[in-house]
Design a protein around this ligand. Structure first.
Ligand code: NAD
Length: 286
């Protein structure tokens, strides 16, 4: 299989695009750490995936990507071995998710093996709570990437790998009524491309790529108009874009697989569009 026994971390993994990413990774032989703030959905998804792929193939970690501690905690070398059952006991003893997720990358390495793939996918759309939108969509992508680098960078003992950031078509064209969401996704595309160039220049051994889907049928889309804040009067105009077509989450996951398995892809902002426009590369970035 294309990703046999590679270890992936997916943020925002328990529903929507992140869930489809986890599923395609597992179908292609990878082991997956599912990071998400939604603990109830995470536990149910883990049960479903255990039946399909076996319990040893996934790990659910209740983790807020806005929290440095919940991702990082005590630094250990990537080769450090951790007994997952002892961590679970620690989690139970300290009373829950805050402590349990304090070492997401270390826990993944201990339970599944050293991390090869990171999918920075967690995201929100809320123009009213615009600072949170920046925090989750952009600041956390930088945070998780820098923590991942400490584990994966070949220059500091890691074994390299691939980091894929979920941007959006709103990272390539302004999305009407969503200026802050647009800013975060432009930021993700820019960060991805700059990190790809840095990786080549400094020998990280890590490829960096961004996924830029059009509208996808997920909860973000279901509730979008409630979260446009002062721009909600433009909801009808936004609907015009939605009417052009909505992707299935599985179609975005196919784009992920392409970026993971094609070794020539670095610094790519891959458009995932409906029907005939699928997987077009945006000409500005060629
Ligand atoms: P979704 O709401 O279905 O899923 C988002 C997931 O992220 C949820 O499981 C949520 O619990 C998790 N999450 C939110 N904040 C978090 C945090 N602080 N820490 C950890 N997990 C957190 O939405 P989706 O559409 O699947 O979105 C996934 C990504 O795709 C986002 O980055 C989004 O911006 C992007 N995107 C979505 C669309 C679309 O139309 N749905 C289009 C382009 C890009």
């Amino acid at each position: 299989m294309a990703l046999q026994d590679q270890v992936a971390v997916v943020t925002g993994a328990v529903q929507g695009i992140g869930r489809a990413m986890a599923e395609i990774l597992l179908r292609n032989g990878a082991k997956v750490a599912l990071l998400d703030v939604n603990e109830a959905a995470g536990k149910s998804l883990k049960e479903v995936l255990d039946k399909q792929h076996g319990p040893e193939r996934t790990l659910f970690l209740s983790c807020d990507v806005e929290s440095e501690e919940q991702i990082r905690a005590n630094q250990m070398p990537p080769s450090c071995s951790i007994d997952p059952s002892s961590l679970q006991r620690f989690s139970d003893a300290t009373g829950g998710s805050q402590q349990a997720c304090s070492a997401a990358f270390q826990r993944t390495a201990g339970a599944l093996g050293a991390v090869d793939i990171v999918c920075n996918n967690a995201g929100v759309l809320n123009e009213a709570e615009w600072e949170k939108t920046i925090s989750v969509n952009l600041v956390a992508v930088v945070r998780v990437t820098y923590i991942a680098l400490e584990h994966m960078n070949k220059m500091s003992g890691g074994r390299g790998g691939v980091i894929i950031n979920t941007a959006s078509m709103a990272g390539l064209f302004p999305l009407l009524s969503c200026p802050v969401y647009t800013a975060t996704k432009y930021g993700v595309v820019g960060f991805t491309r700059a990190m790809a160039a840095n990786s080549t220049a400094l020998g990280f051994g890590i490829r960096f790529n961004a996924l830029c889907p059009g509208f996808v049928q997920t909860d973000i889309l279901d509730n979008i108009y409630e979260r446009l804040g002062q721009f909600s009067q433009l909801s009808a105009e936004t609907q015009v874009f939605v009417d052009k077509g909505v992707l299935k989450t599985s179609e975005v996951a196919e784009g992920l697989l392409e970026l993971l398995t094609n070794d020539t892809k670095n610094g790519e902002a891959l458009q995932v569009m409906c029907s005939s426009q699928k997987y077009m590369k945006f000409p500005v970035f060629t």
